[in-house]
Design a protein around this ligand. Structure first.
Ligand code: HMG
Ligand code: MG
Length: 292
């Protein structure tokens, strides 16, 4: 078994990590978190999302955060967008990379974005001429690739169909979401067997939440299959407000450690990464302590 020589870590802490915390943190603290992540050399950072503040009040300051972070030339900065309004917000803030999101299960799509999977693709079709005009890089998320909090097990066929639609839409990268952390190495293997008989491994990223402590073993499975892109959150913070039971993303520190043990290069400064993780953990745990 040979693992890839290098992988790309996509840092989603500032978006996925901060979108469901009970007591929002200040705009300045968010900016500092992103700046520390940039300093650690993460190749891609999902900075925020341009979604409805009624749905995700925690990220109300997407514009402010985006305009004040210090950007470096080696990091790709991405914003999550659900619809045309979100895409326009991201463009006004100068993003060259956006992530769209849908799901492999209907119930989650409805709860998370108030639309069916079909309707989410109608939204994307309306956005496509805009992202093409602006030559944006577009990543597509598929949530609930293994288990849905409302429908339980999700079939590989359902995931395959959504992946095919995203490919037809022209996205450059597809992140497979284990939204509530219920994937296990066997189910990761099953899905990858099915997807990789149709698509190249280089198309995919894996996005594991670590609710039950399976994320690192799942990532090992992904490495076996030649997947080279992994989403994670420094400090292991995170969760989706519309996915009961979702806890934090796998920690970027833990993924970087695994890679280092296996001689897989990430280009990340692990000391600076640890500082960013500790910084955000200290702030979010302080807030939780106040809340309880
Ligand atoms: P809706 O209520 O159906 O939308 O929500 P609407 O078009 O009827 O608009 C309602 C209001 O929202 C209007 O304002 C719009 O202007 C406004 P009002 O007239 O009432 O004042 N609005 C917006 N405001 C700001 N930015 C926008 C926007 N769009 C409409 N882009 C909508 C539909 C998609 C907007 C809503 O459901 C939403 O924002 N959902 C986002 C939920 C979310 O962010 N979930 C977490 C991210 S996904 C995730 O975590 C999973 C992932 O990590 C992978 C995994 O783990 O599986 C990616
Ligand atoms: Mg997520």
């Amino acid at each position: 078994m040979t693992y890839p020589a290098s992988v790309k870590l996509v840092e989603v802490g500032p978006r996925d990590g901060l979108q469901s915390i009970e007591n929002p943190i200040s705009t300045e603290e968010k900016i500092q978190y992103v700046n520390m992540l940039s300093a650690a050399g993460l190749p891609e950072i999902e900075v925020t999302s341009f979604v409805s503040s009624k749905w995700v009040p925690q990220l109300w300051d997407a514009t402010e955060v985006s305009s004040q972070i210090e950007q470096n030339e080696t990091t790709l900065y991405t914003a999550l967008v659900p619809n045309q309004k979100g895409l326009e917000g991201a463009l006004e803030s100068g993003y060259k990379s956006v992530a769209i999101f849908t799901a492999a299960s209907e119930s989650f799509s409805q709860k998370n974005t108030n639309c069916s999977i079909d309707e989410s693709f109608q939204r994307f079709e309306a956005m496509k001429p805009i992202w093409e005009d602006h030559r944006l890089r577009v990543r597509g998320y598929v949530s609930t690739c293994w288990v849905c909090p409302y429908e339980d097990a999700v079939s590989a066929e359902s995931v395959l169909k959504v992946v095919q639609r995203l490919v037809d839409l022209g996205v450059q990268e597809i992140s497979l979401g284990d939204t509530i952390g219920k994937a296990v190495p066997d189910s990761v293997e099953k899905l990858l067997d099915s997807l990789l008989s149709n698509f190249s491994a280089s198309l995919f990223a894996l996005h594991f939440h670590d609710t039950y402590g399976n994320a690192l073993e799942n990532i090992r499975k992904g490495l076996e299959y030649g997947i080279t892109i992994y989403d994670s959150s420094a400090g292991g913070i995170g969760g989706c407000p519309y996915a009961p039971g979702a806890s934090g993303n796998v920690g970027t520190e833990a993924v970087a450690h695994l890679c280092s043990e296996e001689n897989i290069s990430t280009g990340v400064d692990r000391d600076l990464l640890a500082k960013a993780g500790k910084f955000i953990q200290s702030i979010t745990s302080e807030k939780e302590a106040v809340a309880s």
